[in-house]
Write a protein that binds this ligand. Structure first.
Ligand code: DGY
Length: 320
């Protein structure tokens, strides 16, 4: 008899087809948000699940799923999973590193360029019929070329963001818990600096830290005060890393030139203060959202689940 699994969010039919070759699949193609209570009900008789960053796999959820052996996130971030509770219950947890680096780096750059050259506000202005004629002093933005790019969190995505800066002749500095080996630094011509130097010297600061209690509001009023008033902040990691009130206040008072934000604390809710600002580019958590990458993420999660439930070590096990 096939083992039962849950696919907690809508995925591509090809992914379900593949999973159905191995398992009895309970899908959620209607894409209802299950939440803690929904997951408890749907996981009660399941051996495994494919979950997204929006699915709260809490200790309560795990306790309500006695047959559960594996939770396979189709995301690189896994702050939605209580890893300690998984380990206590003998549940394997996996994520999808590596397959979304370039797509997420591309989006970081899209936001960086959009905020540097004020694209969202300029487009709104044009659409509103406010363009009365070309002017020499109009919609002046910030130059990206030759500027200093700072990266906080220099994992695979950070390095992919840094490599793209070579074409813009940028100076690249970074801060990370551990310094990269010299060959990796050389590959993206990035220089390790302490956190305060990163904040002080960056013209564009890209946040790529994993979210955890330690990184909660790691960028708050004090950190923003160290940044140049001409600087731009880009967040494609997790909303909770930034104190949104402090960021909005800095942007409103032009103590910071602009921001490109893809992730929000408490999303899909976001601080309405963002909408009052004309110096932000806002996107709804689409960092990895290209068809090819989302397919690769879901297929990688399926690989992990198939391995886990057939007694093999899944390639991206988080809690060995
Ligand atoms: C990730 O992979 O963590 C992205 O944010 C999508 O959830």
């Amino acid at each position: 008899m096939k083992q039962k699994i849950l696919v907690a969010r809508e995925v591509f039919p090809e992914v379900l087809e593949r999973l159905r070759q191995h398992f009895e699949v309970d899908d959620n193609q209607a894409d209802a948000i299950l939440g803690v209570e929904g997951l408890k009900v749907r996981l009660a008789d399941k051996a495994g699940a494919l979950t997204a960053a929006t699915d709260p796999v809490t200790a309560d959820v795990i306790a309500a799923a006695p047959a559960l052996k594996a939770i396979c996130n189709f995301a690189v971030g896994y702050n939605n999973i209580d890893l300690a509770a998984c380990s206590r219950a003998g549940v394997m947890a996996t994520n999808t590193p590596g397959v979304l680096d370039d797509t997420t780096a591309d989006l970081a750059w899209a936001l960086l360029m959009a905020t540097a050259r004020r694209l969202p506000a300029a487009e709104r202005w044009l659409r509103n019929g406010e363009w009365q004629g070309w002017q020499f002093i109009q919609w002046l933005g910030s130059d990206v070329h030759h500027a200093t790019l700072g990266i906080l969190g220099m994992g695979r995505i950070g390095q992919a963001v840094a490599r793209r800066a070579l074409g813009f002749d940028m100076k690249v500095i970074y801060h990370n818990r551990t310094r990269l080996p010299a060959d990796k630094e050389d590959a993206c011509r990035a220089r390790f600096v302490d956190r305060d130097t990163l904040l002080r010297e960056s013209d564009f600061l890209v946040l790529l830290l994993p979210y955890s209690p330690e990184s909660h509001h790691t960028i708050g009023a004090a950190e923003l005060a160290l940044m140049k008033p001409t600087a731009h902040l880009i967040n494609v990691a997790r909303g909770g890393i930034v104190d949104d009130e402090a960021l909005i206040s800095a942007l409103r008072q032009r103590r910071l030139a602009g921001a490109g934000i893809d992730v929000f604390e408490g999303e899909p809710k976001y601080n309405p203060g963002f909408l009052e600002l004309d110096n932000v580019a806002l996107t709804p958590h689409i960092g990895s959202s290209s068809r090819a990458t989302r397919m690769a993420m879901a297929m990688r999660a399926a690989d992990n689940l198939i391995a886990a439930l057939s007694g093999q070590r899944p390639p991206n096990l988080l809690n060995p």
